[in-house]
Design a protein around this ligand. Structure first.
Ligand code: SF4
Length: 405
């Protein structure tokens, strides 16, 4: 089931190539586990030197205003100088956010990373990762692991806590359970991200070219491995959540580079407590957050401080500008009239993001995220991190031509 959303009803996030909330740094190409949805090869080329990382940061500085830097990989925590990498990012005035599977994370490391300036973590946890001690677990059983990571961050304090999961045809059904779990941990979990699985198909519909040269695409890691779905849409994930939580709605999006009515990033924000969600914020709220942050700091906002997420009640002061926020305020005060004790519980803000990566259209056009926040650096240029294996292998991004044309 797919929801039909009209882009006109949502705020188009203002991110673009040179002025974006986020950039993507890969200090290593090595990983300590295997994830079926991964777009990178666990690469013996290994860890990048601090010198090279510094050069890549300089490329961001030159070409791109950025608020946060996702430090990814591979798994960044196995880089032997990860604390230094975080320090370098923080010292260049950007927010370091570690995108990790969490396997290598210890309390001691967490303290060191915090002292070096780390502002948050995005843990990738899903049931198609081959993790030691967590094999053959369902998405629901993995909530125990998610809780473990959330608790670790909460105990040290001061970190943004986000969870990523790749969504497959057979795990889509569990997404509402994860949304429900996130509500029960709204005091510790600030962002949930669901990323639809994508892979290149070698079913003969397209020929692949790097420039004028036909290439054997089977060498990249993101080849469809079996009959699993590669066409899950963000609006399908949205519909699955909405079926369980009818009040669920999104507020903002990133469109596609080729298909203007696609929702490549679909962002929702909700305000509530562990027991009750009072509602979902509207487009004006997100617009105000992005625009005011840009006016004040000269950059679009990525990953707020956990203190901000705890200020759900203050956010209601913006009700005059956002009708959905007014509704949230109304729901909250009605609930408080019925039970005044509710006035003593803190209201939290939590984001839910759905990502629909590269889509291939019938004519071979590649519909990428317009204003891609996950641009990384290769040979001094900004490139899509989700497809970096193509320039690495073929010298440039591959284009597709319908077979026989
Ligand atoms: S284009 Fe690729 S790298 Fe950029 S945001 Fe979309 S999925 Fe991520």
């Amino acid at each position: 089931m797919e929801a039909h959303l009209d882009p006109q009803n949502y705020y188009r996030l203002p991110w673009n190539l040179t002025d974006n909330a986020i950039s993507w740094l890969e200090p290593t190409w090595k990983c300590n586990i295997y994830c079926e949805g991964c777009y990178r090869i666990n690469d013996p080329r290994g860890h990048k030197s601090l010198e090279r990382i510094k050069e890549e940061l300089a490329v961001f500085k030159k070409y791109r205003r950025t608020d946060g830097v996702s430090i990814a990989g591979g798994d960044p925590l196995i880089h032997p100088e990860i604390v230094e990498v975080v320090r370098m990012v923080a010292e260049s005035g950007l927010k370091p956010i570690l995108n990790t599977n969490g396997v290598a994370l210890t309390k001691e490391m967490l303290k060191e990373l915090k002292a070096a300036g780390a502002k948050g973590f995005t843990f990738h946890v899903d049931s198609k990762q081959h993790r030691p001690h967590w094999k053959n677990k369902t998405e629901i059983e993995l909530n125990e692991l998610r809780e473990h990571f959330a608790e670790m961050l909460h105990e040290i304090g001061g970190f943004s806590c986000a969870f990523n999961s790749t969504v497959y045809g057979d795990t889509l059904q569990y997404i509402p359970d994860l949304v429900d779990w996130a509500q029960k941990h709204i005091d510790k979990v600030h962002v949930m991200v669901f990323i639809a699985f994508r892979a290149a198909e070698l079913d003969g519909r397209f020929d692949y070219y790097a420039g004028a040269e036909k290439v054997d695409m089977s060498k990249v890691p993101y080849i469809k491995p079996d009959d699993r779905r590669t066409d899950i849409l963000s609006t399908e994930v949205y519909a699955a959540i909405k079926e369980r939580f009818p009040e669920f709605d999104s507020a903002a999006y990133l469109g596609g580079t080729h298909k203007p009515d696609s929702f490549k990033w679909l962002l929702s924000g909700r305000i509530g407590t562990k027991k009750k969600i009072y509602g979902y914020v509207g487009p004006k709220f997100i617009e105000m957050a992005q625009v005011f942050h840009h006016l004040r700091h000269g950059r679009y906002l990525a990953y707020s401080d956990p203190k901000v997420h705890r200020r759900g009640r203050s956010m209601l002061l913006l009700s005059p500008f956002d009708p959905r926020l007014r509704k949230i305020a109304g729901n909250y005060f009605l609930a408080a009239i019925k039970n005044p004790l509710r006035l003593f519980s803190r209201l939290h803000y939590q984001s839910i993001m759905i990502i629909q990566p590269a889509d291939i259209l019938e004519d071979g056009a590649q519909n990428m995220c317009d204003g891609c926040p996950d641009m990384t650096v290769l040979d001094g240029k900004l490139v899509w991190s989700c497809r970096i294996e193509e320039p690495l292998r073929y010298g440039r991004f591959v284009h597709m031509v319908p077979h026989g044309q």
